[in-house]
Design a protein around this ligand. Structure first.
Ligand SMILES: C[S@@+](CC[C@H](N)C(=O)[O-])C[C@H]1O[C@@H](n2cnc3c(N)ncnc32)[C@H](O)[C@@H]1O
Length: 580
């Protein structure tokens, strides 16, 4: 057969091998077979189409240190993010797996140092860089500077400067960052030998938080230069009187425009330099470092910069920037600041960021519910019944199901309504468990005004919807299916709906390849929790349901609840940084 290069679908082959590699890792295949697949050309950099997961993400989810190490040795990309914007390091962090987190972090440091070396030796862009170009306002300076910014005050009184990125609104600067700025100003200025006549340079005004703090120092700065590039921010500065402030000089444009300009260094340099821009990356920051020897007045001068909040990137770039700064003769020290809500924030003078035991990395989830729905073909669509249910709500009482309406083992705390009916003495029996049902304040009240639904006798006094638990579970299922179908119909591709939010709750959906649907309801402010559902699937579900011979997966009568599964899900949810 004559087979020319043109006949070979390289992309298709790579995708097939990549999918096979990810699947093998998820199935806990022996490392030898994973290694053999890599030798046969499976692309270690591959990210699957459905979720954007890389083999390294899979190894992190499976907490398989040897596989993660092998993948990194073979060139796995430490900073690739899935569709939820999580790196494999984030996954390891969420599972409290410090060993895997550390090898990913170290691979990141090595790779960034190598790139930095190549970048300084060659003026040409390096061909080793494998990255998708981000042409959104969050990743492209040109797009950001021509995008409209909004300055608002939210319902909590927090000032926000935001920009639209696709359908999302992203905070350029937010009021909650004030403690970080405050601590920065205090560290930079309080004990500065030149505190009585400081010359300060700030790059990036944003909401003007740090500039306001510089202006409020006990002794006003002698000179305060602000470089700001965005026209909307400049208009905001004008509106708020910054152009009239004594000692303040505003340089309009990007800091890059002033590198060789006498305007920036005419006073003989600065005592304090701070930079916090937007839509720039580490290589821009490194270029800024390179002009710092000219910007800093003398050996007492200090430089600080905003280094992001994502743990993995923070850890990699603290180390990389430390080395880059050392190269140009600047010593670095790091101070960790806890920014816990309420109370005084404390400064931790430690040499390592202790993510693994501190509440610093918790997501806000006042209440959380997990429900599992069976495969579509197991039950007729309209009558799909929840096969597992668990609630971590602390204050509301559970409410019953309709008699005969619930599978016997969906939830340990939910019994049919007749159990909860008034007894002959007129007492209403109550449930002792603090768990609740889908009714509570989770917002699954889509049918609250649906008069056609029976108002079941004996429902809990906390009953928000008038519907028994299993009726609501069906409604949730209906909503999920309808939205899923609508998304599929509207999009030409096989797109998935993964979550939606109302003012009172957020619904997260994870659907397995075999058709099980894992649904989680959380506080509306919670970030996407889909990865938690995936972890429940990969961990407790596969272990205690799929591989449990006592659980009948195809039964139309039984739920999948069992002691081990419930305890394991409970442990996982409480242990994952999503439970607070
Ligand atoms: C995160 S905000 C700064 C917030 C500020 N630290 C505060 O306390 O409010 C980033 C600011 O940098 C500006 N900016 C982005 N790229 C810039 C550049 N190359 N030169 C100067 N300013 C820039 C943006 O317009 C934005 O106002």
């Amino acid at each position: 057969m004559d087979c020319t290069n043109q006949d070979i679908d390289y992309e298709g082959v790579a995708a097939q091998l990549g999918d096979e590699l990810i699947q093998k890792i998820f199935l806990d295949a022996p490392i030898e077979s994973i290694s053999a697949l890599l030798e046969n050309g499976a692309p270690v950099w591959y990210q699957n189409l459905s979720e954007g997961l890389s083999p390294l993400h899979a190894a992190a989810y499976m907490q398989n240190f040897s596989v993660a190490k092998l993948l990194l040795e073979k060139g796995a990309i430490w900073n690739s993010v899935d569709y939820l914007k999580y790196t494999a390091g984030d996954v390891a962090l969420s599972l409290n797996n410090q060993a895997i987190y550390n090898i990913i972090r170290d691979a990141g440091i090595r790779s960034e140092l190598l790139l930095s070396m190549l970048d300084t030796r060659s003026q040409q862009p390096t061909s080793l860089l494998l990255q998708e170009i981000d042409s959104s306002a969050a990743g492209s300076a040109d797009v950001f500077l021509s995008s409209k910014l909004e300055f608002i005050r939210d319902e909590f009184g927090q000032d926000i400067c935001s920009v639209k990125v696709g359908s999302d609104t992203i905070g350029v600067m937010m009021g909650w960052e004030r403690p970080i700025m405050k601590e920065t100003v205090s560290i930079l200025c309080d004990n500065h030998p030149n505190a009585s006549k400081l010359r300060i340079l700030n790059v990036g005004f944003g909401l003007g938080i740090i500039d306001g703090l510089f202006q409020s120092l006990p002794i006003q700065p002698l000179q305060h230069v602000i470089v700001e590039a965005h026209p909307d921010v400049l208009a905001y500065m004008r509106q708020h009187g910054w152009y009239e402030k004594p000692g303040v000089k505003i340089l309009e444009g990007r800091w890059q425009d002033y590198i060789d300009s006498p305007e920036l260094v005419e006073g003989g340099g600065f005592d304090v330099v701070y930079t916090d821009t937007f839509s720039e990356n580490y290589s821009d920051l490194r270029r800024f470092f390179e002009i710092c020897p000219r910007l800093l007045a003398n050996s007492d001068s200090v430089l600080s910069f905003f280094n992001g909040l994502d743990a993995l990137f923070y850890d990699v770039y603290t180390r990389v920037s430390e080395l880059d700064l050392e190269r140009i003769g600047i010593n670095t020290s790091w101070i960790d600041v806890d920014i816990l809500p309420g109370g005084k924030h404390s400064v931790r003078w430690t040499d390592s960021r202790n993510y693994f035991s501190l509440p610093i990395y918790r997501l806000p989830v006042p209440h959380l519910i997990v429900a599992v729905y069976p495969k579509l073909e197991q039950l007729p669509l309209r009558h799909c019944t929840c096969v597992y249910y668990q609630d971590w709500h602390r204050t509301k009482r559970p409410k019953p199901s309709t008699p005969g309406g619930i599978l016997p083992a969906v939830s340990q705390v939910i019994a049919p309504t007749y159990v909860n009916q008034t007894d002959s003495a007129g007492n209403v029996s109550s449930f002792s468990s603090p768990r609740n049902t889908l009714a509570s304040s989770t917002g699954i009240v889509v049918a609250v005004n649906d008069k056609s639904q029976p108002n079941v006798q004996g429902t809990s006094p906390n009953n928000d919807t008038g519907l028994p638990f299993d009726e609501e579970a069906k409604l949730v299922y209906g909503v999920v299916i309808s939205l899923r179908n609508m998304v599929k119909k509207l999009s030409s591709r096989d797109e998935q709906f993964v979550n939606y939010r109302t003012s009172s709750y957020r619904l997260h959906l994870f659907e397995t390849a075999s058709g099980y649907k894992f649904v989680m309801l959380s506080d509306p402010k919670a970030d996407s929790l889909r990865f938690v559902l995936r972890q429940i699937y990969i961990g407790p579900f596969l272990e205690y349901v799929v591989r449990n011979p006592l659980v009948k997966m195809d039964s139309r009568e039984q739920g999948i609840d069992n002691e081990y599964f419930r305890a394991s899900v409970d442990r996982l949810v409480r242990g994952l940084s999503v439970f607070s």
